[in-house]
Design a protein. Sequence first.
Length: 328
Amino acid sequence: MPLPPLHIGAYPLEPALILAPMAGLTDLPFRRLCREFGASLAVAEMISADMQLWETEKSRLRRAYAGEPRPHCAQLLGADPQQMALAAQRLVAEGVDIIDINMGCPVRKVQKRTAGAALLGDEAHIARLLQAVVNAVTVPVTLKIRLGVDPQRINAVAVARQAQQCGIAALSVHGRTLQCGYHGAVNHAAIGAVKAAVSIPVMANGDIRSTHDAQAMLHHTDAAGLMVGRGAHGRPWFFAQLAHFLRTGIHMPPPDRAQIAHTVQRHLAAIHQFYGPEKGVLQARAHLKGYVQQLQASPRWQHDLLTASCASQQQALLAAFLQTVESA
């Protein structure tokens, strides 16, 4: 079931497979790796619209795109229309090609600021915010939403129609509500209703962890593309598997342990280079937690890798594991 070509503004996405923004995970090294494996777009970690926070090293690294194929997509988190508009202009001036607006984050600290998915409870405010950002920049603006605040207030269709009227170029829909968080089944029918209600591209998101999941999502939603988040954690090659399946209808087998270890080595080296050896060790652990299950190593080795205290120790453990696998 090949997906037809999809454009966001002047940017073609083929295949329309997008890495979802995930705080602490979709940094530059991981985005580059996912693009290499077939993601046609990778959305960076969300950035607060409060530019007073942008001078920290953490914020600076979240706005780094060197070596990543274009288009570069940044996601903004905020609730004030003017603040969001100014932040979007700053990002575009820094070279960002697509601005994505976060109305999907269910994290409690974001809810307390009436941002993320909490914005879905006020449709009038949504319209003001979207229009302010679209009017402020010349690049495409996209939007990521959930189905609503809770199962009794599913308003994704109404929000999607507003988004289209405001000039939003494309929409990503996570098939759960704010209240659901990441629990319960993804509502394919509700995503399909959004797709049927608007003419802008709609990407489906939520629990896409296998080619079978992707097939079911596309069958039930008729979405223009797929946005994958947690399904790619520790499995950047999942995008290659998805692309192959969509192109041929054949399920590509996963990489073997040696291939996985080589990928982890390259990813680890990129993390250490990007963050520096000290911070890189800590950042690498978030990604290594996703990889260790795929490597099928002993519990003791997994523990040693996840608790390694320096970059050289992480690299040495991986090198020793790879030598063992290749000589088996």
